[in-house]
Ligand binder design. Sequence first.
Ligand code: P1T
Length: 387
Amino acid sequence: MKENLNYMKFNTKTIHGGQHHDPSTGAVMPPVYQTSTFVQTSPGVHSGYEYSRAANPTRTALENALASIENGTRGLAFSSGLAATDCVLKTLKPGDEVIAMDDLYGGTYRMFTRIYQDYEIKFHFVDMNDLEKFKSLFTENTKLVWVETPTNPLMKLADIEAIAKIAKEKKVLFAVDNTFATPYLQRPLDMGADIVMHSATKYLGGHSDVIAGALIVKDEALGEKLHFTQFATGATLGPQDSYLVLRGIKTLHLRMQRHCENGQKVAEYLNSHSLVDKVFYPGLDSHPFYNIAKKQMKGGFGGMVSFTFKSGKKEDAIKFLENLKVFTLAESLGGVESLANHPALMTHASIPEEKRKEIGISDDLVRLSVGVEDAEDLIADLEQALV
Ligand code: P1T
């Protein structure tokens, strides 16, 4: 059995964190325990595993890896990113209030406003960079602060430490969707957040072949409460998918390094293009949140780049997306291959048009998930598509 290597540095943890060789066979990689149930030698007497909704050894291996790379004590793996978010929301009661970032993945916004609002949970959406406005929204019913940073798709940033301090003073749980940054770039639990959430479909899985979600916490009692909610409501990740995400995590640091290099190059290229208006990328010194990015993102700024056209025309965005050859026009992000997306028509179509306009998701906005191909090929593809 391997000793616990959680004291090691990040790159080592992506490979070894929370892992041990399979105790029954010595298999170096955790077997895919494709079983729903486990033998009991007498009623209630078992190996620690009884039914795979409660726990499955392949999922446990992934959950231990998740806890390790985010510096938490407990990881939970879900059947999707939204299932992970849903688990947090299910801990609330009617009358509770949530303060959330005003730019969020469309599906998160849809869940908040079209599912949980009907359960009488009240949501306040605010630009978290206006800390005074943020503070003014707290009431005695506020139970949760929810932030994405960088946000999807406008790449806004929120100062995790500053928000954590306020949330702590107010004794309110603070959750960070860390999907875009990943723990390679930023570890919110170390900055005072209570919960980290991931769409593990994205960079953690890394190969666009699985839908998965994750929650990671430091506080053990909170971990137990979330595990109970997950167990009691059922949105767990299956063993095969757990294996795929675990396999992805082992190369997270290598992939992120290249995503960051390519993201920076693509952002700089677009920034100097005559047809391009605004480029949204935290690694450009013209980005309004560059200083926060430098403070809380370590080792680069990620692979997500959004931009608009000087013409402001939706048709130009569509023509560009149709022209692409190396970038694939598809929803999702964070895989090794480069993807392109039109938020208003695709990933954020569930946000009402008026609200989209208000927060800046215009019809000429394009979002790129810059992959790990050769940057020269990616830039040549953008060049031939931007006509
Ligand atoms: O798709 P799912 O695994 O359920 O994760 C939802 C989710 C949560 N948070 C963020 C920041 C996300 O980007 C997503 C999913 N996003 C896309 C599918 C997309 O193309 O933006």
